[in-house]
Design a protein. Structure first.
Length: 459
């Protein structure tokens, strides 16, 4: 269905209050199409739509809305509708919603759940925030290893409708401990009388329920499975995590890292939904920290004011020096932060990384330093700006750029690892932060080399 063609008619029916016609039109809409429609409606108009669609459409559409829209819609819907939606939702999506609410709202909604669903919700909410336990769902198919294939298929027909996925079947012992997982295809192709335990190969991946949710992202990046089982420390099967939940999580984590790399505290809501006050609160502290850092740059320049007064030409190259170091540091920090996020490197690789970045930084510094020297030489041919001292000035610029780039590269690569070692988010070592840090130290390197090479001539 081309919903963009249908939307104007739907909007008109909503404005006119034609509920019967509206219900007929929406009857054949898919949940994804209804969610897209709701994005263009007010909360009250969304509530009207939900009152006209059937129960299955309602909860499936509700799950596709963003969390902010879900929270607002809960207040607009009738209690009976909220009750049906919450009880029909998958446990993991419901947990993501409930953990956004304050205690009063949470208690109100928990009372709308059936005893069974309330027990599941409280169980998942009892796990640490940002843990795998908050992401998992208890809706899966688990069968005993002593069953036959026929018994497994009969069981799937009876209870499979409520499972999050039927692609993978989990095999447990009499106590519920995970033994293996099997693709449904292996079950379908096996003989009916064959014992399930004969299909096991012991090659499965499981996640610890209390582990950080980022572990789930890494696990799915190394497997083609659509779901991964979750167990306690002893191996008891507690739930599963599906690939759709991990994709949402990966998007959220990447967004937070990108925002932090840009020296902004991570936004919990979409950009357009963040109020002015909160936007200032998220951005101002970082800018204040960076501003204070740049004050040290001014102090460093004041320390070398005599050198600048004697050789004003040195001041012309300050932007070149500090930007070269800041850019190289930002490059290195971005590469290391992303490599850490992807699991390509660990803190234990710090020496290999440093050795690699020292070589890289030295070569990059040599390239840029040579360009800086050539620049001074070429300008000296056409102007009298540098006079007879062009050669030592050129060497000063070239060597300063080379060493500052090397220093910036090493700092940019090591800072994320240091923060990771201290338990902080490596993304906090943002590009602006690294650039500000290298600005101060770059000036010290620059004027120290200038004092060494130009004393007795210009200084």
């Amino acid at each position: 269905m081309e919903i963009e063609v249908e939307k104007p008619l739907i909007f008109a029916l909503i404005d006119q209050g034609e509920k019967n016609q509206l219900a007929e039109r929406l009857e054949t809409w898919l949940p994804a199409e209804l969610a897209e429609l709701c994005a263009d409606l007010s909360t009250q108009e969304q509530a009207l739509v939900f009152s006209l669609i059937d129960r299955e459409q309602a909860y499936q559409t509700f799950e596709l809305l963003d969390l902010n829209a879900q929270v607002l819609l809960l207040d607009a819907l009738r209690n009976r509708q909220v009750q049906l939606i919450l009880n029909d939702m998958s446990a993991d999506n419901r947990t993501a919603l409930l953990e956004q609410l304050d205690s009063e709202q949470l208690n109100k909604l928990l009372k709308l759940l059936t005893q069974k669903e309330r027990r599941v919700a409280l169980s998942l909410l009892g796990y640490p925030e940002d843990s795998i336990g908050r992401l998992m769902t208890p809706d899966y198919i688990a069968v005993n290893q002593d069953w036959t294939v026929r018994e497994v298929l009969d069981y799937i027909r009876r209870v499979g409708e409520k499972s999050e996925t039927l692609d993978v079947i989990y095999i447990v012992d009499d106590m519920g401990y995970l033994m293996d997982d099997i693709n449904i295809g292996d079950i379908l192709l096996a003989d009916d009388d064959q014992p399930v335990k004969e299909l096991l190969d012991g090659k499965f991946t499981s996640l610890l329920v209390t582990a950080d949710e980022e572990v789930a992202v890494n696990a799915f990046s190394n497997t083609t499975r659509v779901a991964v089982p979750v167990t306690d420390a002893g191996g008891l099967l507690l739930g599963i995590i599906t690939v759709d939940d991990v994709l949402d999580l990966a998007k959220k984590e990447d967004t937070e890292d990108i925002q932090k790399i840009g020296a902004v505290e991570a936004l919990e809501d979409p950009y357009m939904d963040v109020g002015l006050g909160e936007m200032l609160r998220k951005r101002a502290p970082w800018l204040v920290v960076l501003f204070i850092g740049e004050l040290f740059t001014a102090s460093a320049m004041g320390f070398f004011e005599n050198e600048i007064a004697k050789a004003v030409v040195l001041a012309l190259f300050i932007p070149l020096i500090v930007s070269s170091g800041g850019n190289s540091g930002s490059q290195a920090s971005t590469l290391i932060i992303r490599a850490l996020a992807l699991g390509e490197i660990t803190i234990g690789d710090w020496w290999k990384i440093m050795r690699r970045e020292i070589i890289t930084g030295a070569l990059l510094g040599l390239i840029l330093g040579l360009l800086g020297f050539v620049r001074v030489g070429v300008w000296n041919v056409f102007t009298e700006l540098y006079g007879q001292h062009w050669l030592p000035i050129g060497l000063t610029i070239g060597l300063s750029v080379a060493f500052v780039v090397l220093w910036g590269t090493v700092m940019g690569s090591m800072m994320p690892l240091l923060l990771k070692r201290l338990g902080a988010d490596p993304a906090t070592s943002s590009a602006p932060f690294i650039a500000t840090l290298v600005d101060v130290t770059g000036l010290i390197i620059y004027f120290s080399i200038a004092a060494l090479l130009l004393t007795g001539s210009l200084l």
